[in-house]
Design a protein around this ligand. Sequence first.
Ligand code: PGA
Length: 232
Amino acid sequence: QIADRKGIRRGRLRLGVVTTAKYIAPELLAAFGQQFPGIQFSMTVSNRDEIIRRIQDSEDDLYVMGQVPTDEVAVEATPFAWNPLTVMVPRGHPLTRLGRPVPLAAIAEAPFLIREPGSGTRHAYLRLFAEKDLRPNITMELSSNEAIKHAIASGLGISILSIHSLALEGTEGPVEVLDAEGFPILRKWYLVYPRDRVLSLTAQKFMEFTIAQEQFITDRLVKLWPGLADHL
Ligand code: PGA
């Protein structure tokens, strides 16, 4: 990697991101690449458990995660943007006709599409149900947010996904965000790297760049789903 006085001219950045972050990371890389042309990017998208394994094996330069690992591996972690999880239903689903916010007990009764074990998203919402002594009515397990979104639209069930998963189609499309008790689950994404690792200059620059985008990302999220403004 070659550094000049202004920063970096050439280099490589290997990112490992959890599946919710795949909706935002390409745009960050594109904007960063405009400021620093000549950098080669790679991005691995996996669930939380798999990303933790990649950190342990030092497979990438930098990681984006929704929950900082504590016991598994020693890391440095910096929060940079909201990643709210919301209940999503097919447009016009009977739950949308209940009083708002829809009680969590009613959410737990509806056929539910769950992410695979190892998913941080799954972990976050199962904890919420458990806190209220509830268990979702699981009818199908899917290992992809996109597959879940299509399954919701196809009427296979309801689920809980990151609001960012609607970034392209918006919240007025076939999948609707439900105003539900306990939601959104307000989570942040973190930029993470192993504590015993010296960050490359390229990775440092990308971290600085990404942290500086926080307000932009928040503004865009609120535009995508105005209901979020009441919770921040
Ligand atoms: P995941 O994403 O559900 O793919 O593990 C993790 C997260 O957002 O924490």
